[in-house]
Write a protein that binds this ligand. Structure first.
Ligand SMILES: *Cc1c(COP(=O)(O)O)cnc(C)c1O
Length: 368
């Protein structure tokens, strides 16, 4: 049997992509906010139900340049239970991450622990909607309002997620999405900053920052970078967006089967569906408690690997334990994040994963 990887990129039919990139050949406009780029921005604004979408070459640069555009200073409250990108984006802006622990059920920032971390140097909160689970957006909004803080969401996992009919990007001052090949919606590599309203000219600032800070032909008024999404990436996005609802539906079937097989097994913890949230089935994390279950996370991962089934310890290790941050932060400050990172395994999940394969994976996990 062939390998089962933890994920498999969605792709349009080859002919559909070829059709989409024909215009690019004809126009010879390959990058620098071309037609496909503008079209994708418009379509994403509609799909995500948000006023503004600004595309980037990848999600990380979208986040890094968003923090720069917001002019943040001092400290940013965030969590270590995330991909390296979130913490690096803060540090690379010369800001100090202050690590808040996570909620043991949603794995997102524990909103009840944010306020005790706020100091006179705090300028923003940067929570992560982990695995497609929505943060406690209402509590976070309330705290931010009371303390005059910006809220920037790392929404890399929540493309298409809605809460009470509102797109996830409607919350906070702005959200970053990743369109990396492994994400629910992708443009090969790519990302976006999304936000409602535009009081401070954020759209123009982001446009400048992703293009070297060039305002017009003779004015360079920001120390920008190069992070433009090219036309071939945008074309992939236009194709993938056409099929996305169906892909998410198919992911939902895989998740339903996993839940059917694994829910209620002593020693296994699954993520619960959230109230009033339209999910995107981005990941399927399982926590293995070795004091109850017959094997720990690492043993299960090895057992599946022997059968050519590849899971991921996502997120392990947590970012405040990275070698590059050694001696600066302590994992003891975030005991829940540390505990979850040692127990969690994300199982294979993609639209075309067959239910037979899901059954085989579950059989292997469950049989001693
Ligand atoms: C994927 C991801 C990113 C980074 O996105 P890229 O497009 O790969 O640069 C940031 N944060 C989280 C939580 C992610 O999963």
């Amino acid at each position: 049997m062939g390998d089962i990887l933890v994920t498999r990129s969605s792709m349009p039919e080859f002919a559909e992509y070829v059709e989409e990139i024909k215009d690019i050949w004809d126009s010879r406009w390959l990058t620098n906010m071309g037609k496909k780029h503008c079209e994708l921005e418009k379509q994403l604004e509609r799909y995500l139900k948000v006023d503004h979408v600004s595309l980037f070459a990848n999600g990380h640069m979208a986040l890094e340049l968003l923090l720069q555009a917001m002019g943040l200073t001092g400290e940013v409250i965030t969590t270590p239970f995330t991909f390296a990108s979130t913490t690096h984006a803060i540090v690379r802006n010369g800001l100090k991450p202050v690590f808040c622990d996570i909620n043991p059920d949603t794995y997102t920032i524990d909103a009840t622990k944010i306020e005790s971390l706020i100091t006179e140097r705090t300028s923003a909160i940067l929570p992560v909607h982990v695995y497609g689970n929505l943060c406690d957006v209402e509590a976070i909004e309330e705290i931010a309002r009371r303390h005059h803080l910006k809220v920037i969401y790392d929404a890399a996992h929540t493309f298409g997620v809605e809460y009470q009919g509102r797109g996830v990007a409607a919350f906070g001052d702005a959200s970053m999405f990743s369109f990396h090949a492994t994400k629910v919606f992708h443009t090969i590599e790519g990302g976006a900053v999304c936000f409602n309203g535009d009081a401070d000219g954020l759209k123009e600032d982001l446009y400048g920052l992703k293009n070297f800070g060039i305002r017009d032909e003779v004015t360079v008024d920001a120390v920008g970078a190069n992070s433009k999404m090219n036309e071939f990436q945008a074309a992939m996005g236009l194709c993938n967006l056409r099929h996305l609802d169906r892909e998410i539906e198919k992911r939902g079937r895989v998740v339903a089967r996993y839940r059917e097989r694994l829910l209620g097994v002593p020693g296994l913890k699954l993520s619960a569906p959230q109230d009033k949230v339209k999910p995107n089935y981005a990941y399927f994390p399982v926590l293995f408690d070795p004091s109850v279950f017959y094997a720990d996370r690492d043993a299960i991962s090895e057992k599946l690997k022997k059968e050519h089934i590849f899971t991921r310890k996502y997120f392990y290790p947590i970012t405040n334990s990275f070698a590059c941050y050694r001696d600066r932060y302590s994992v003891e400050d975030t005991p829940v994040a540390l505990d979850v990172s040692r127990k969690v395994l994300t199982l294979p999940l993609y639209a075309d994963l067959s239910l037979e394969d899901v059954d085989r994976i579950c059989d292997l996990i469950l049989e001693r």
